[in-house]
Design a protein around this ligand. Structure first.
Ligand code: SAH
Length: 275
Protein backbone atom coordinates (compact mmCIF):
# COMPACT_ATOMS: atom_id res chain seq x y z
CA UNK A 1 0.00 0.00 0.00
CA UNK A 2 1.19 3.47 -0.83
CA UNK A 3 2.25 5.33 2.31
CA UNK A 4 2.28 9.04 2.90
CA UNK A 5 3.86 10.67 5.95
CA UNK A 6 4.95 14.11 7.10
CA UNK A 7 3.30 16.05 4.35
CA UNK A 8 0.13 17.73 3.22
CA UNK A 9 -2.11 16.05 0.70
CA UNK A 10 -4.56 18.37 -0.98
CA UNK A 11 -7.33 16.07 -2.10
CA UNK A 12 -10.64 16.40 -3.90
CA UNK A 13 -13.53 14.60 -2.23
CA UNK A 14 -15.89 14.65 -5.20
CA UNK A 15 -19.37 16.15 -5.23
CA UNK A 16 -21.03 14.16 -2.44
CA UNK A 17 -21.62 10.46 -3.11
CA UNK A 18 -18.91 8.63 -1.11
CA UNK A 19 -18.65 6.18 -4.02
CA UNK A 20 -17.22 8.99 -6.12
CA UNK A 21 -14.13 9.44 -3.95
CA UNK A 22 -11.03 8.27 -5.82
CA UNK A 23 -9.13 5.28 -4.47
CA UNK A 24 -6.12 7.49 -3.94
CA UNK A 25 -8.06 9.99 -1.82
CA UNK A 26 -9.60 7.14 0.17
CA UNK A 27 -6.10 5.76 0.89
CA UNK A 28 -4.88 9.18 1.96
CA UNK A 29 -7.86 9.57 4.30
CA UNK A 30 -7.23 6.15 5.80
CA UNK A 31 -3.75 7.26 6.77
CA UNK A 32 -4.45 10.87 7.68
CA UNK A 33 -3.66 12.04 11.20
CA UNK A 34 -5.28 15.41 10.64
CA UNK A 35 -8.04 16.25 8.18
CA UNK A 36 -8.82 19.85 7.38
CA UNK A 37 -12.11 19.71 5.57
CA UNK A 38 -14.32 22.12 3.65
CA UNK A 39 -17.98 22.40 4.57
CA UNK A 40 -19.01 21.05 1.16
CA UNK A 41 -17.55 17.65 1.82
CA UNK A 42 -20.12 15.01 2.63
CA UNK A 43 -19.54 13.97 6.28
CA UNK A 44 -20.16 10.35 5.31
CA UNK A 45 -16.91 10.41 3.36
CA UNK A 46 -14.92 11.17 6.50
CA UNK A 47 -16.96 8.73 8.57
CA UNK A 48 -16.41 6.01 5.99
CA UNK A 49 -12.70 6.43 5.27
CA UNK A 50 -10.89 8.26 8.07
CA UNK A 51 -9.21 6.58 11.05
CA UNK A 52 -11.43 6.82 14.13
CA UNK A 53 -8.76 8.83 15.95
CA UNK A 54 -8.01 11.23 13.11
CA UNK A 55 -8.36 14.84 14.11
CA UNK A 56 -11.03 16.39 11.90
CA UNK A 57 -11.23 20.14 11.65
CA UNK A 58 -13.85 21.91 9.62
CA UNK A 59 -12.49 24.98 7.90
CA UNK A 60 -15.45 25.63 5.64
CA UNK A 61 -15.82 29.00 4.01
CA UNK A 62 -18.52 28.49 1.43
CA UNK A 63 -21.38 30.91 1.37
CA UNK A 64 -20.02 32.86 4.33
CA UNK A 65 -22.18 30.67 6.53
CA UNK A 66 -21.65 29.55 10.11
CA UNK A 67 -18.09 28.85 11.19
CA UNK A 68 -16.58 30.72 8.30
CA UNK A 69 -12.80 30.33 8.49
CA UNK A 70 -10.61 33.04 6.96
CA UNK A 71 -8.07 31.80 4.40
CA UNK A 72 -5.22 33.07 6.53
CA UNK A 73 -6.38 30.83 9.38
CA UNK A 74 -6.53 27.81 7.09
CA UNK A 75 -2.99 28.58 5.95
CA UNK A 76 -1.83 28.82 9.58
CA UNK A 77 -3.43 25.51 10.43
CA UNK A 78 -1.77 23.79 7.49
CA UNK A 79 1.62 25.01 8.59
CA UNK A 80 1.10 24.18 12.26
CA UNK A 81 -0.02 20.65 11.65
CA UNK A 82 2.50 19.88 8.92
CA UNK A 83 5.28 20.93 11.30
CA UNK A 84 4.24 18.10 13.65
CA UNK A 85 5.38 15.45 11.16
CA UNK A 86 1.93 14.07 10.78
CA UNK A 87 0.02 13.36 7.62
CA UNK A 88 -2.34 16.24 6.95
CA UNK A 89 -5.08 15.85 4.38
CA UNK A 90 -6.64 19.07 3.16
CA UNK A 91 -9.97 17.84 1.84
CA UNK A 92 -11.88 19.98 -0.63
CA UNK A 93 -15.27 19.44 -2.23
CA UNK A 94 -15.29 18.31 -5.85
CA UNK A 95 -11.98 18.85 -7.60
CA UNK A 96 -9.12 20.81 -6.07
CA UNK A 97 -8.52 22.91 -9.14
CA UNK A 98 -12.03 24.11 -9.91
CA UNK A 99 -13.20 27.11 -7.84
CA UNK A 100 -11.33 25.66 -4.90
CA UNK A 101 -9.19 28.59 -3.81
CA UNK A 102 -6.15 26.36 -3.77
CA UNK A 103 -3.49 28.85 -4.85
CA UNK A 104 -3.14 30.55 -1.46
CA UNK A 105 -2.61 27.21 0.21
CA UNK A 106 -0.06 26.06 -2.36
CA UNK A 107 1.87 29.31 -1.95
CA UNK A 108 1.87 28.84 1.81
CA UNK A 109 3.18 25.28 1.52
CA UNK A 110 5.96 26.30 -0.87
CA UNK A 111 6.88 29.25 1.32
CA UNK A 112 7.31 26.94 4.31
CA UNK A 113 9.01 24.16 2.38
CA UNK A 114 6.25 21.72 3.22
CA UNK A 115 6.06 18.78 0.82
CA UNK A 116 2.67 18.19 -0.75
CA UNK A 117 0.73 16.01 -3.17
CA UNK A 118 -2.39 16.99 -5.07
CA UNK A 119 -5.10 14.43 -5.77
CA UNK A 120 -7.88 15.41 -8.15
CA UNK A 121 -11.55 14.81 -7.49
CA UNK A 122 -14.71 14.63 -9.54
CA UNK A 123 -15.89 18.19 -9.96
CA UNK A 124 -19.52 19.08 -9.23
CA UNK A 125 -20.21 19.71 -12.93
CA UNK A 126 -19.23 16.14 -13.82
CA UNK A 127 -21.14 14.71 -10.88
CA UNK A 128 -24.27 16.73 -11.61
CA UNK A 129 -24.07 15.99 -15.33
CA UNK A 130 -23.82 12.25 -14.75
CA UNK A 131 -26.47 11.99 -12.04
CA UNK A 132 -28.91 14.25 -13.87
CA UNK A 133 -28.40 12.46 -17.21
CA UNK A 134 -27.03 15.52 -19.00
CA UNK A 135 -24.03 14.75 -21.25
CA UNK A 136 -22.33 18.16 -21.26
CA UNK A 137 -20.98 17.97 -24.81
CA UNK A 138 -23.51 15.64 -26.42
CA UNK A 139 -22.96 15.24 -30.16
CA UNK A 140 -25.14 17.59 -32.22
CA UNK A 141 -25.92 19.66 -29.13
CA UNK A 142 -22.68 21.29 -28.03
CA UNK A 143 -18.99 20.96 -28.75
CA UNK A 144 -17.60 22.53 -25.61
CA UNK A 145 -18.38 23.37 -22.04
CA UNK A 146 -17.44 26.30 -19.82
CA UNK A 147 -17.26 26.38 -16.04
CA UNK A 148 -18.19 29.81 -14.73
CA UNK A 149 -19.33 31.62 -11.64
CA UNK A 150 -21.53 34.66 -11.20
CA UNK A 151 -22.00 35.70 -7.63
CA UNK A 152 -21.88 39.44 -8.00
CA UNK A 153 -22.23 41.82 -10.86
CA UNK A 154 -18.54 42.65 -11.37
CA UNK A 155 -17.58 39.08 -12.14
CA UNK A 156 -18.73 39.10 -15.79
CA UNK A 157 -18.10 42.14 -18.03
CA UNK A 158 -20.63 43.15 -20.73
CA UNK A 159 -18.37 41.91 -23.52
CA UNK A 160 -18.43 38.44 -21.97
CA UNK A 161 -22.21 38.48 -21.44
CA UNK A 162 -22.63 39.15 -25.15
CA UNK A 163 -20.43 36.20 -25.94
CA UNK A 164 -22.11 33.89 -23.44
CA UNK A 165 -25.57 34.81 -24.68
CA UNK A 166 -24.67 33.77 -28.23
CA UNK A 167 -22.47 30.77 -27.59
CA UNK A 168 -23.27 27.19 -28.53
CA UNK A 169 -21.19 26.04 -25.55
CA UNK A 170 -22.79 24.44 -22.54
CA UNK A 171 -22.49 26.83 -19.59
CA UNK A 172 -22.12 25.47 -16.09
CA UNK A 173 -22.42 28.03 -13.32
CA UNK A 174 -20.96 27.29 -9.89
CA UNK A 175 -21.79 29.31 -6.75
CA UNK A 176 -24.47 31.22 -8.60
CA UNK A 177 -27.81 29.93 -7.27
CA UNK A 178 -28.48 33.18 -5.42
CA UNK A 179 -27.86 35.15 -8.63
CA UNK A 180 -30.17 33.05 -10.80
CA UNK A 181 -32.60 35.89 -11.57
CA UNK A 182 -29.95 38.35 -12.58
CA UNK A 183 -28.01 35.70 -14.46
CA UNK A 184 -30.97 34.69 -16.61
CA UNK A 185 -32.01 38.32 -17.12
CA UNK A 186 -28.52 39.20 -18.37
CA UNK A 187 -28.41 36.28 -20.80
CA UNK A 188 -31.83 37.24 -22.18
CA UNK A 189 -30.84 40.91 -22.38
CA UNK A 190 -27.83 40.06 -24.51
CA UNK A 191 -29.72 37.80 -26.86
CA UNK A 192 -29.91 34.22 -25.61
CA UNK A 193 -32.98 32.31 -26.82
CA UNK A 194 -35.56 32.61 -24.03
CA UNK A 195 -36.51 28.97 -24.50
CA UNK A 196 -32.95 27.77 -23.77
CA UNK A 197 -33.12 24.83 -21.34
CA UNK A 198 -31.70 25.44 -17.88
CA UNK A 199 -31.21 22.72 -15.29
CA UNK A 200 -30.72 23.61 -11.65
CA UNK A 201 -29.12 20.61 -9.98
CA UNK A 202 -29.29 20.76 -6.19
CA UNK A 203 -27.03 18.63 -3.96
CA UNK A 204 -25.97 16.55 -6.93
CA UNK A 205 -25.05 12.88 -6.43
CA UNK A 206 -26.52 12.75 -2.91
CA UNK A 207 -29.83 11.15 -1.84
CA UNK A 208 -31.15 14.73 -1.57
CA UNK A 209 -30.49 15.57 -5.22
CA UNK A 210 -33.21 17.55 -6.95
CA UNK A 211 -33.28 18.80 -10.54
CA UNK A 212 -35.41 21.66 -11.84
CA UNK A 213 -35.55 21.68 -15.63
CA UNK A 214 -36.93 24.99 -16.88
CA UNK A 215 -36.62 27.45 -19.76
CA UNK A 216 -34.37 30.44 -19.38
CA UNK A 217 -37.34 32.80 -19.20
CA UNK A 218 -38.87 30.76 -16.37
CA UNK A 219 -35.91 31.38 -14.08
CA UNK A 220 -37.65 34.44 -12.59
CA UNK A 221 -40.37 32.14 -11.21
CA UNK A 222 -37.89 30.18 -9.09
CA UNK A 223 -37.68 31.32 -5.48
CA UNK A 224 -33.92 31.30 -4.97
CA UNK A 225 -34.38 31.08 -1.22
CA UNK A 226 -35.87 27.66 -1.77
CA UNK A 227 -33.02 26.33 -3.87
CA UNK A 228 -31.09 23.89 -1.71
CA UNK A 229 -27.38 24.50 -1.93
CA UNK A 230 -24.91 23.48 -3.11
CA UNK A 231 -26.50 23.85 -6.51
CA UNK A 232 -25.25 24.18 -10.06
CA UNK A 233 -26.88 25.65 -13.13
CA UNK A 234 -26.41 23.92 -16.47
CA UNK A 235 -27.51 26.16 -19.33
CA UNK A 236 -27.60 24.97 -22.92
CA UNK A 237 -29.47 22.64 -25.24
CA UNK A 238 -27.99 19.60 -23.50
CA UNK A 239 -29.89 20.43 -20.29
CA UNK A 240 -33.10 19.22 -21.96
CA UNK A 241 -31.65 15.71 -22.14
CA UNK A 242 -32.38 15.37 -18.44
CA UNK A 243 -36.04 14.76 -19.25
CA UNK A 244 -35.08 11.64 -21.19
CA UNK A 245 -31.98 10.41 -19.40
CA UNK A 246 -32.36 11.51 -15.78
CA UNK A 247 -31.90 8.13 -14.09
CA UNK A 248 -30.94 8.82 -10.50
CA UNK A 249 -33.69 8.28 -7.96
CA UNK A 250 -33.04 10.49 -4.99
CA UNK A 251 -34.49 9.03 -1.82
CA UNK A 252 -34.58 12.26 0.18
CA UNK A 253 -35.07 14.88 -2.52
CA UNK A 254 -35.11 18.42 -1.19
CA UNK A 255 -33.66 17.67 2.26
CA UNK A 256 -30.27 18.81 3.58
CA UNK A 257 -27.45 16.48 2.47
CA UNK A 258 -24.44 18.41 3.69
CA UNK A 259 -24.32 18.26 7.48
CA UNK A 260 -21.95 20.36 9.50
CA UNK A 261 -19.78 19.06 12.30
CA UNK A 262 -21.05 19.89 15.79
CA UNK A 263 -20.02 23.52 16.44
CA UNK A 264 -18.28 22.76 19.74
CA UNK A 265 -15.85 20.38 17.98
CA UNK A 266 -14.84 22.99 15.49
CA UNK A 267 -14.57 26.02 17.67
CA UNK A 268 -12.66 24.40 20.50
CA UNK A 269 -10.15 22.87 18.08
CA UNK A 270 -9.70 26.13 16.24
CA UNK A 271 -9.26 28.09 19.48
CA UNK A 272 -6.58 25.68 20.55
CA UNK A 273 -4.49 26.20 17.44
CA UNK A 274 -5.14 29.72 16.34
CA UNK A 275 -4.38 32.27 18.96
N1 SAH B 1 -14.12 22.53 -6.05
C1 SAH B 1 -15.54 22.31 -6.20
C2 SAH B 1 -16.31 23.61 -6.36
C3 SAH B 1 -16.29 24.48 -5.13
S1 SAH B 1 -17.22 25.93 -5.35
C4 SAH B 1 -15.78 21.37 -7.37
O1 SAH B 1 -14.86 21.07 -8.13
O2 SAH B 1 -16.90 20.89 -7.51
C5 SAH B 1 -18.74 25.49 -4.59
C6 SAH B 1 -19.83 25.34 -5.64
O3 SAH B 1 -19.72 24.07 -6.27
C7 SAH B 1 -21.23 25.37 -5.07
O4 SAH B 1 -21.68 26.69 -4.88
C8 SAH B 1 -22.01 24.67 -6.16
O5 SAH B 1 -22.26 25.52 -7.24
C9 SAH B 1 -21.01 23.62 -6.63
N2 SAH B 1 -21.23 22.31 -5.98
C10 SAH B 1 -20.40 21.65 -5.17
N3 SAH B 1 -20.92 20.46 -4.80
C11 SAH B 1 -22.12 20.36 -5.43
C12 SAH B 1 -23.14 19.38 -5.48
N4 SAH B 1 -23.05 18.23 -4.81
N5 SAH B 1 -24.24 19.65 -6.23
C13 SAH B 1 -24.36 20.79 -6.92
N6 SAH B 1 -23.43 21.75 -6.92
C14 SAH B 1 -22.33 21.55 -6.19
Amino acid sequence: MQTFKGKVIIAGAGPGDPGLVTIKTALALQQADVILTDRLVNREIIEQFAKPDAQVIEVGKQGGKLHSTPQVTINQLLVKYAATDRLVVRLKGGDVSVFANVLDELETLVLHNIPFDIIPGITAASGAAAYAGIPLTARNYSTSVRFLTYYHSEVIPVKTWKQLARTEDTLVFYMSAQSLHELSAQLIRYGMDVTMPLAIVEQATTPAQRVHLIRLDEAQTINVEEVRTPALMIIGKVAALHAQFGWFKATNSGTEAFRELPPQVISSTLKQFVS
